[in-house]
Each structure stands twice: as C-alpha cells, then as structure tokens.
Design a protein around this ligand. Structure first.
Ligand SMILES: Nc1ncnc2c1ncn2[C@@H]1O[C@H](COP(=O)(O)OP(=O)(O)O)[C@@H](O)[C@H]1O
Ligand SMILES: [Mg+2]
Length: 281
C-alpha cells in the first residue's frame, strides 16, 4: 500500500512544555484516517505542523516520500477562516484565482461543489451572515477547490447537525472512491470515526494506538452478554457465543426477558484506552 504522508519522530515543545512526544505514523494513500484524542491531546498542533503553520522542535514530515507540497493539501481549520464581508462565491473565486485556475474552470468547479455540497441556496450570501453549518460547508468547499490529494480537517464537522454531517460525509466518501482522495481528520467525537479505515489515538502527545479499524477491534474489542431479567440487568464479558449459551443455561429461563451478545464499540475502547492506556491484557 502506498503512503501519502509519513510523520517521522515529531516532537513539539512550547516553552519547555512537551506537547508532542516522538510521534510517528504513516497515512496510507486513499485512506480515511481518523486522528482521535481528547481536548488538549495535541491534535491541532500536529495538524499545524503537517501544513507548515508550526515548526516541530524535532522530527520530519514527508509527503509521497518528499517535501510536503502545500498546494496538494486541502485544509479545513477548527475555526472559520473565510473573509467575513464577501459572499461565499466571492471567497471561493478569490481562492481559486490565487491558485491561477482559469475563469471557466473555476466557475465550473464552484458550481459542481455547490451542487454536491448543497450550497446553492446560500452561495451568494455574505459569509458573516451565514449559519455556523453553512460556514463549515463553505470552508470544506474551499479546501476541495484545487482538487487536493489529501484533505486535512481539524474537528471540522463536529459542530454540524446530523443531517448536514451525513450529507457531507456521503460526498467526502464519494470523492475518496472516485478520486482516491485521502481524508485525514481530527475529532474528539468518537462516533464520527466509524467512517474511518484507519485510526490513530493520541493522549497527551503520545500515540496509544495506530492501525486499521479492524485491528483496533481485534486487539481491544470484547464481547458482552447482556441479560435482562425481570428485576435486574446482567452484563458479563464473554469470550465466545458458546460461553454465553452455557451461562444462559444456568439461569432460570422464566426469569429472562431478553438477552443479547454484542461487541464493544469504538467509544468503549476509546474511553478505556485514554483512561487506562494499554487495555489488551
Ligand atoms: N501556541 C501555544 N503555546 C503554548 N501552548 C500551546 C500552544 N498551542 C497549543 N498549546 C498547548 O498544547 C496542548 C495541545 O493543544 P492542541 O494541539 O490544541 O490540542 P487538541 O487539538 O488535541 O485539543 C494543550 O495543552 C495546549 O494548551
Ligand atoms: Mg484542536
């Protein structure tokens, strides 16, 4: 598998306070990569180092094995950063012109993005008069304007309502499939990471886990048997369905209302990992 980005032994200190401690991982080309961690873990700091807004104290970042090419990266920041007094269309137009896109191509590109992202009704609205969700969508459109190889989003979709977030992710997943667009996004909203193929979990500047979603579940996932009795709820960790059945056989079946066996979800694993560190033993 090809690697679009290599993060190589990155360390960052702010006035002797270590915020990132020897962070190394790779982002596979075409992956949907969730960068997870609680507030203050160091996510934004690393993203800002990747896009060269911040310099690392030590370590290096490579893109396709070479220097990072900013023009191939689309970025959506945690805050809204478009010009307040211009319309969204004007904002996108100026951005496109900065990158020397021809008028015809730019017009076409804005209309395509506007249709795909559902921006038509507010495309000609002044930016500062747009809602929070509309501003977010506009920032994402701006990041995609230059057909980047990788889209980097810093908690960009956490403030969106469920419907808008779903629409946006449908579009991003389509771009990922059609154009092999790599999507690297930070979030403290664990639910959102379910779309990801790869994950990295950061705590206080240290990586607790890095790998595929599947390998995370394999390493840390557990099975739970839940039995609703008439008067109480039993929850028990089990190693197999067979063990669940053996346990159920010992109960008085007249007292059982319902029962289920389920796998631990990502939120479970994330919370345990950030609270206790390695939980595989
Ligand atoms: N410019 C700065 N100067 C000093 N400390 C900073 C600076 N930027 C971030 N930090 C500190 O670095 C830590 C990580 O911050 P950040 O990368 O924003 O975390 P996250 O994005 O995961 O919430 C926090 O403790 C924060 O206070
Ligand atoms: Mg942040």
């Amino acid at each position: 598998m090809k690697t679009i980005m290599s993060i190589d032994h990155i360390r960052k200190e702010f006035h002797h306070k270590v915020v990132l401690k020897d962070v190394s991982f790779t982002i596979p080309t075409g992956s949907i990569f969730a960068f997870l961690g609680s507030n203050g873990a160091g996510k934004s700091t690393l993203l800002n180092i990747i896009i060269q807004i911040l310099l690392p104290t030590s370590g290096r970042i490579f893109m396709n094995g070479k220097e990072v090419l900013k023009s191939k990266i689309g970025v959506v920041f945690q805050e809204n950063t478009l010009d307040d007094d211009l319309t969204i269309y004007e904002n996108l137009w100026i951005r496109g012109k900065l990158y020397h896109i021809s008028n015809e191509k730019l017009r076409h590109q804005i209309i395509v993005l506007s249709n795909k992202l559902g921006m038509a009704s507010f495309l000609h609205q002044i930016y500062k008069e747009c809602s929070g969700g509309q501003k977010r969508i506009a920032s994402i459109a701006r990041a995609l304007l230059m057909n980047p190889e990788i889209l980097i989003m810093d908690e960009a979709t956490t403030a969106l309502d469920i419907e808008t977030r779903k629409k946006l992710w449908d579009f991003l997943l389509e771009q990922n499939k059609l154009k092999n667009l790599t999507i690297f996004f930070s979030s403290h909203y664990i639910e959102e990471a379910k779309v990801a193929t790869n994950l990295c979990i950061l705590k206080s500047g240290v990586i607790l886990f890095h790998g595929t979603y599947r390998s995370l579940l394999q390493k840390y996932g557990k099975k739970y048997l839940q039995v609703q009795l008439k008067d109480q709820l039993l929850k028990k960790e089990v190693t197999s369905i067979k063990q669940s059945l053996l346990f159920l056989e010992k109960l008085d079946d007249k007292k059982i209302d319902t029962f289920s066996v389920s796998n631990s979800d990502l939120e479970d694993i994330f919370l345990k990992l950030v609270s206790y560190g390695d939980i595989s033993h």
